[in-house]
Design a protein around this ligand. Structure first.
Ligand code: ADP
Length: 245
């Protein structure tokens, strides 16, 4: 944050961003449902240069047993970045950042999952970031929703996620790594379109109340784009050519 990089032009005179996008244009997004045969459900997402694989296991017995809840199922999420996912090798030990992101993704998914339908059990979501380029929590949350649906977990809706932010005094959709580092604000949003509910909202940076409102509206537009691609991924797996492998 704070515009430390003076060489980088975040927004040129034609309103084009450092990676060639317009202010309201997301990066290229590709989502695939399934792919891991040993998981109950899985998904793979490419969100710009982010590449993330998610495996879902459960509902299954809880170990250790004392962590189970007789009234409801529990959701456990592990977000993990591969050491090779960033340019400088990342220490493989869980970082504070990975612990935080695991927690926020878990809390963003919980309102979507009907955990009360499977008491005493756990659903485990394993997120592997293979390549990171800013916005991994949103990409991971979006892929996790597809993987949960692929596992047949009862859900109210899928959570679609996308960040909005501010760079060069302008509200932008889908903040990339350079914009995150050199820009003025980054706001990841997780959103359930059918119920119009926000389940993740974080803000790194400073915004005026007007900018905050515009940022939320812009982020939700991005979530709706992601949501269509989540549904497309599931449709392609379960309905294309009658093939349901
Ligand atoms: P998010 O990935 O959700 O945007 P952050 O804002 O914390 O989360 O991280 C922004 C980006 O910074 C990441 O997507 C990644 O590209 C980069 N990054 C995160 N951790 C590291 C690290 N340990 N080493 C190098 N780059 C990192």
């Amino acid at each position: 944050m704070g515009g430390r990089d003076t060489e980088l032009v975040l927004l040129d005179e034609n309103g084009i961003r450092c990676d060639g996008r317009k202010v309201d244009e997301p990066r290229r997004i590709m989502i695939k449902a399934g792919g891991l045969k040993n998981a109950d459900g899985s998904a793979y997402i490419e969100f710009g240069d982010n590449k993330i694989l998610v495996g879902v296991f459960g509902p299954r017995d809880v170990h250790p047993k004392h962590m189970s809840n007789t009234d409801t199922g529990i959701l456990r999420v592990r977000y993990h970045m591969e050491p090779f996912s960033v340019t400088e090798r990342k220490n493989p030990a869980p970082s504070r950042r990975e612990i935080e992101i695991s927690k926020v993704i878990k809390e963003a998914l919980e309102p979507a999952i009907m955990l009360d339908k499977f008491p005493r059990t756990a659903v485990d979501v394993y997120i592997e970031v293979l390549q990171a380029d800013g916005g991994t929590r949103c990409a991971a949350l979006s892929a996790a929703s597809v993987a949960l649906a692929d596992a047949g977990i009862p859900m109210r809706d899928m959570v679609a996620a996308c960040a909005a932010g501010k760079a060069a005094d302008t509200i932008i959709l889908d903040v990339n790594n350079e914009e995150d580092q050199a820009g003025q604000a980054d706001m990841p949003i997780g959103y359930m379109p059918s119920t119009d509910k926000i389940t993740l909202l974080q803000l790194d940076g400073v915004l005026t109340p007007e900018e905050f409102k515009k940022c939320v509206e812009t982020g939700i537009k991005g979530c709706k784009i992601v949501y269509e691609l989540q549904k497309k991924a599931l449709t392609e797996k379960y309905f294309a050519n009658g093939d349901s492998k």
